[in-house]
Design a protein around this ligand. Structure first.
Ligand SMILES: Nc1ncnc2c1ncn2[C@@H]1O[C@H](COP(=O)(O)OP(=O)(O)OP(=O)(O)O)[C@@H](O)[C@H]1O
Ligand SMILES: [Mg+2]
Length: 504
């Protein structure tokens, strides 16, 4: 087994990385060998299909007999779940812990082992798949890393027949699927996707997270089909939101980990399904077709439009496909003779996926609430320092008395014909700002009066509690302003071209 270093250099703000592709071969009892794996290649591993002539005639084409595909690594039939976790999921989990988004998705035909790989098998504890092992790994890390404080939230989305459902909705058991609230996509002006009706559950420890996983799994749409006794008929996205911060720091790192079990493609002509199974298969095939269109568009140079909006799955996974995410794909393949053509399609799809380059950003941000608390504390200590220096205690707001005094000072300043006269306010920014605002309002006002009647939008302006003005073309009055309380405003009518009592 190959080992991989952690994917990211420490503290890199942006990591450009192609989507990593791995292949996993499902165990088979059939002995006839139609494939071989070469893990000795220096740049990845090769999965090769050897298509017998008779099969090639019928299914693929009658010229070629071997098909070779390169992967990061190919996991053959005997590889254990633990090894899959170590090689594929652990590096992604480490990236998530460092503050990058991560996605792992399994893709392959129905019955090829996607659910077994992502969630696990039901029979043995050792068959636990990527999700429970990743949860275990992450919570173990949280409890051991005393330099950081972590919080985690979990959501579990199911997309069945192109409609989104919340697998963690407690009404799932008692209600019919069509009666449950649908999860819908909303896009904000920055094109960020938000999911309405998808609940987010805080989970403090591994046990709580596993309970959520179990609850979601029991709510999934599963059916017996000709290809799989327990075929999962929907796409499922298990998402873990991780928030980490150093104690006392205002910087937080938020990352998302999507673990995705796609529904499997199915050649309905071959399997002969009908009724509900056929409807499901059509929806599954259509949404996988839309996924393929996105992958093709992304892998082509200079394509401006990427058709993410065609399906719910591609909309939800937009970041994972060509965006801010470190993404890994596991191609699950069956090497039974009758499935070889579909396995080859899966591998072809994977080769396209490998061409996509993502740009994962370090999701680091200031927590606004914490920042405000810190700044308030800083202001308070600066105020205390200032009052120690000046010997007087200073409030945030000017008092009525101070405001009145400022207005008198400004009036004297403006009335003085001497151009050199100064306005002495002392080292007090509140007073300086107040006088500047006052002068600005007066300047705007005098400008508007010299041009035309003008409605000054000065409501709520604290400076104008006594000079609020409202000029109407037909009713031009002047009324001396009564002294209202601070911050109260009213309208006084003043004459066009009338003298502004503050104007020099
Ligand atoms: N690597 C494996 N080792 C042992 N059993 C496996 C392995 N992969 C798959 N299986 C078994 O094969 C069967 C089909 O696998 P699984 O349900 O995971 O397929 P799937 O790709 O999810 O199919 P679908 O698209 O229909 O949901 C299951 O019984 C599963 O336990
Ligand atoms: Mg499945």
């Amino acid at each position: 087994m190959k080992t991989y270093d952690s994917q990211i250099p420490v503290e890199e703000k942006m990591v450009k990385q192609s989507i990593q592709i791995f292949a996993r071969v499902k165990p088979t009892k059939k002995t006839a060998s139609v494939y071989c794996v070469d893990n000795e290649e220096p740049a990845g591993s090769i999965l090769e299909f050897l298509v017998p002539k008779d099969l090639a005639d019928g299914f693929i084409n009658n010229k070629k007999e071997t098909y070779k595909f390169r992967f990061q690594e190919v996991f053959d039939q005997t590889v254990k779940q633990e090894d899959i976790f170590e090689a594929i999921a652990k590096p992604v989990a480490d990236s998530v812990l460092s503050g990058y988004n991560g996605t792992i998705f399994a893709y392959g035909q129905t019955g090829s082992g996607k659910t077994f790989t992502i969630t696990g098998g039901a029979e043995r504890y050792s068959d636990r798949g990527i999700i429970p092992r990743t949860l275990s790994y992450l919570y173990q890390h949280f409890s051991q890393d005393s330099s950081m404080v972590y919080t985690t939230h979990i959501s579990y989305l199911e997309i069945y027949n192109e409609v989104g459902y919340d697998l963690l909705d407690p009404r799932h058991e008692a209600s019919r699927l069509e009666d449950l609230p649908k999860v819908t996509i909303m896009e904000d002006p920055d094109q960020n996707i938000h999911l309405r009706n998808l609940s987010l559950h805080q989970s403090a420890n591994e046990e709580e997270a596993l309970n959520l996983l179990f609850l979601g799994d029991t709510n999934r749409m599963i059916a017996e089909t000709p290809m799989n006794q327990a075929s999962t008929r929907s796409h499922c996205i298990f998402t873990m939101h991780v928030c980490g911060r150093e104690p006392g720091s205002v910087t937080v790192r938020r990352s998302k980990l999507h673990l995705v079990d796609l529904a499997g493609s199915e050649r309905v002509g071959k399997t002969g399904v009908c009724g509900q199974l056929l409807t499901e298969a059509k929806y599954i095939n259509l949404s996988l077709h839309y996924l393929e269109q996105v992958i093709i568009a992304l892998s082509e140079k200079n394509r401006l439009h990427i058709p993410y909006r065609n399906s719910m799955m591609t909309s939800v996974l937009r970041d994972s496909l060509g965006g801010n995410c470190m993404t890994t794909m596991i191609a699950t393949v069956s090497v039974d003779k009758r499935n070889v053509d579909e396995s080859i399609s899966t591998c072809r799809f994977a080769q396209r996926v490998a061409l996509i380059r993502n740009e994962a950003l370090l999701n680091e941000e200031m927590d606004p609430a914490l920042l405000i608390v810190r700044l308030k504390r800083e202001i308070q200590s600066l105020k205390e320092e200032l009052s120690m220096v000046t010997g007087e205690k200073r409030e945030d707001q000017l008092t009525q008395e101070e405001i009145h005094k400022m207005e008198e000072l400004v009036k004297v300043f403006l009335d003085d014909p001497d151009c050199e006269v100064t306005l002495a306010l002392g080292p007090d920014m509140r007073k300086i700002q107040y006088c500047f605002s006052l002068l600005k309002v007066l300047a705007i006002h005098s400008l508007s009066l010299s041009h035309n009647f003008y409605l000054l939008s000065i409501s709520h302006h604290p400076l104008l509690f006594s000079f609020d003005m409202f000029v109407l073309p037909h009713y031009i009055f002047f009324s001396p302003p009564p002294p209202p309380p601070h911050n109260h405003y009213h309208h006084a009518l003043i004459p066009k071209g009338g003298k502004n009592k503050y104007k020099a």
